[in-house]
Design a protein around this ligand. Structure first.
Ligand SMILES: O=C[C@H](O)[C@H](O)COP(=O)(O)O
Ligand SMILES: C=C(OP(=O)(O)O)C(=O)O
Length: 349
């Protein structure tokens, strides 16, 4: 029994919620969905190995806060993905969990009503419903695995996974990622440290054992086989790190430690100085590097929403602007379409 004099002094409640299997029964898989995920996970593995020569593009909102906006975005992106599929493999960023530098809204799963009511079960339901909708239309999805337990609820619907700059060095995240079925990308640290991402690749390739929950919600020891389908993501730090000199330096470093020299470049975050308009400059540099023979850049990340910019979350949620990010600045849909079409045409020729 808990003795309240010494334990849970700073805990106000422990509310039981739906189990992973119960959530999956509410929003089940079907053959269409399984085909999208199998194809998504498989294609991304082939891009990582170099067998598929296309460039992986992880593109979409910084965070999902409005399911209708996300569905409208997914419809547009699917059309563009089909159009550019000879050169680019487009995967939608569907990020439900936001790591914060200090405090702030932590994403749709944590607070689906954006009002500090923290109805996590509702957040999980909304997340899974959206993921099944996007998979049904045949579009693969990318997510950030920030929480250690939520993958049990939604990871079957994810084709590519990021571990963020603030958690790349975390042993718990590395252990969890060693059991994920998708390719996993590790960001460099917020200060620009690449070593922690390279160390993560080594750690994640090994089998691990850790305590989590099983699909029925029972506490369980999860024993993983290790995941070698991994790569680093350059997101900038104190300085941007997308330029050809930085890329060449990281290629050498990966080769020196015996790892494949494959990497993704994040056009946003510290590579854009958090200014969405700068993402096009990063993409232009990537385009030039690929055109001049770079074979290490296997993917790019772009933060994009229906409309450009960002907004603060207002006290009255009904006054939110439709289709505008509530976390980092994004480029709008028109610019996204223009940039990706130009990128595809340029690297094809
Ligand atoms: O990608 C989003 C943000 O860069 C990340 O969540 C950190 O945000 P913050 O510095 O506003 O907390
Ligand atoms: C938080 C993110 O990035 P980073 O971990 O690079 O800050 C993100 O991609 O949403």
């Amino acid at each position: 029994m808990t003795d309240k004099r010494i334990e849970n002094i700073n805990v106000s409640a422990e509310d039981a919620i739906i189990t992973p299997n119960q959530l999956k029964d509410l929003y089940p898989l079907n053959e269409n969905i399984i085909r999208t995920i199998e194809k998504g996970q498989g294609t991304i593995k082939n891009i990582l190995s170099g067998e598929d020569k296309r460039i992986l593009v992880v593109v979409g909102p910084c965070s999902i806060h409005d399911i209708d906006v996300a569905k409208a975005y997914a419809q547009k992106l699917k059309k563009l993905a089909d159009e550019l599929s000879d050169t680019l493999y487009l995967v939608m960023r569907v990020y439900f969990e936001k790591p914060r530098t200090t405090v702030g809204w932590q994403g749709l799963i944590n607070d689906p009503f954006l009002d500090d009511s923290h109805q996590l079960e509702e957040g999980l339901k909304q997340a899974r419903e959206l993921l099944t909708y996007i998979a049904e239309i045949g579009l693969p999805v990318a997510g950030e695995a920030l929480d250690i337990v939520t993958p049990q609820y939604i990871q079957d619907l994810i084709s590519w996974t990021a571990i963020g700059a603030r958690t790349t060095e975390s042993q718990s995240h590395r252990k969890m990622a060693s059991g994920l079925s998708s390719v996993v990308g590790f960001k460099n640290g917020t200060d620009g440290n690449i070593k922690i991402a390279v160390n993560a690749l080594e750690s994640v390739a090994s089998p691990h054992n850790f305590i989590s929950i099983d699909p029925d919600g029972h506490v369980a020891v999860v024993r993983t086989k290790g995941n070698s389908n991994t790569h680093i993501i350059l997101r900038g730090g104190k300085e941007p790190n997308y330029d050809s000199d930085s890329v060449a330096r990281y290629e050498k470093y990966l080769a020196k430690v015996g790892l494949p020299t494959r990497m993704m470049i994040d056009c946003s975050h510290a590579n854009s100085n958090k200014k969405a308009a700068n993402q096009r400059l990063v993409l232009k540099s990537i385009e030039e590097q690929i055109k001049t023979g770079n074979k290490s850049i296997m993917g790019v990340m772009i933060e994009s929403n229906l409309f450009a910019g960002k907004q603060s979350i207002p006290a009255d949620i009904t006054t939110l602007q439709y289709g505008v990010s509530v976390t980092d600045e994004c480029i709008g849909w028109d610019e996204t379409e223009e940039l990706l079409k130009a990128f595809a045409t340029s690297i094809q020729s």
